[in-house]
Design a protein around this ligand. Structure first.
Ligand SMILES: Cc1cc2nc3c(=O)[nH]c(=O)nc-3n(C[C@H](O)[C@H](O)[C@H](O)COP(=O)(O)O)c2cc1C
Length: 315
């Protein structure tokens, strides 16, 4: 199983639809504050919007209050999502500072309470997303610290509960988004967790995907940055795993995907198209003429600007 992993500011409805078109089996929303969902904030409502074509789509929430989680779960389910995911992995200061995201890994008993509260409300599957570990001290890497809390500790605390899936990002809180992925820890989680295990972190090529599956024994994969500007990676990974072959996309096909993606985004207005500039930059990345085109990204305000920019590039 191949999932488009959640990315704040990136995995919006148009991008998720493109990823589905190219073979993602399941897609996640950006993380959404459980409290904002309950409050009915405009941002939460915007982030919860999706098209039927994106199904099965999982809504990811973050927070740390059991009652708020329970109420948010009710709303998410009524909204028509195929699943609900709880974020136990976000390292951002604004999230960890409130004891949410990866900070919850420090307290498996409390994490269990949160999960139980949500399970009591849900009939759709519940999944969780975690990192490998967190130490006591912020951002300070201590190799052999007794006060290290791992994903395995959490899994042991909840494995009797009906949690359908876990996505594990193979890096600790302290390692952020770079550096080696700890496949041994993912493997340990896969050995303990009775549900579906999706291995995540550093998958940029079909070869990386095959290695990750081989080293961890996971049931599937979560791909985040590897899909930026290359949403066809899901299909490429599937082809590689089945036939040991990968088809690369010619330039015209890449531009056609970018243009179709832009057309979806443009339906959301000019602001959405300005947000799309970053996606356009990712589509251009590594292509001939990209450096010059990049300088024009700031002038992209309308769908025609996207077409003009793409038309200037060599295929
Ligand atoms: C821009 C960005 C935003 C992210 N937002 C989220 C998020 O909202 N929820 C979450 O669980 N993980 C989030 N992540 C983490 C990714 O889901 C993933 O675990 C991480 O990037 C490692 O996978 P990768 O190497 O395939 O990118 C984010 C990552 C990036 C780069």
């Amino acid at each position: 199983m191949m999932a488009l992993a959640p990315m704040e500011g990136v995995t919006d409805a148009p991008f998720r639809a493109v990823a589905k078109r190219f073979g993602a089996d399941v897609v996640y929303t950006e993380f959404i504050s459980a409290e904002a969902i309950v409050r009915g904030s405009q941002t939460a409502r915007r982030k919860m919007a999706f098209q039927p074509i994106e199904q099965p789509i999982v809504c990811q929430i973050f927070g740390r209050d059991a009652e708020v989680f329970r109420r948010a779960a009710h709303i998410v389910q009524a909204h028509g999502f195929a699943g609900l995911d709880i974020n136990f992995g976000c390292p951002a200061h604004k999230v960890v500072g409130h004891g949410a995201g990866v900070a919850l890994l420090r307290d498996p008993a409390y994490a269990r309470k949160l999960i139980e509260a949500v399970l009591g409300e849900l009939s759709i599957p519940l999944s969780i997303k975690v990192r490998t570990s967190i130490h006591r001290e912020r951002r300070e890497i201590k190799p052999a610290d007794n006060d290290c809390h791992t994903a395995v500790d959490l899994v042991k605390a909840i494995k009797d509960l009906p949690v359908a899936a876990i996505m594990i990002h193979g890096r600790s809180f302290e390692h952020g988004f770079d550096g080696t992925v700890d496949t041994a820890m993912i493997k340990a989680v896969a050995e303990q967790f009775p549900g579906i295990v999706l291995a995540n972190g550093g998958i940029r090529t079909p070869d990386d995907a095959a290695r990750m599956l081989g080293e961890t024994g996971a049931d599937g994969l979560g791909i985040a940055r590897g899909a930026l500007g290359r949403p066809w990676i899901f299909q490429q990974v599937k082809d590689y795993l089945q036939h040991k072959q990968v088809q690369s996309l010619p330039g015209e096909a890449v531009f056609a995907v970018a243009a179709a993606h832009a057309a979806q985004v443009a339906a959301g207005g000019q602001r959405a198209l300005i947000e799309f500039r970053k996606h356009l930059g990712w589509y251009l990345s590594g292509r001939p003429g990209a450096a010059r085109a990049r300088r024009q990204l700031a002038t992209v305000n309308a769908l025609d600007d996207v077409h003009t920019l793409l038309a200037q590039l060599p295929a």
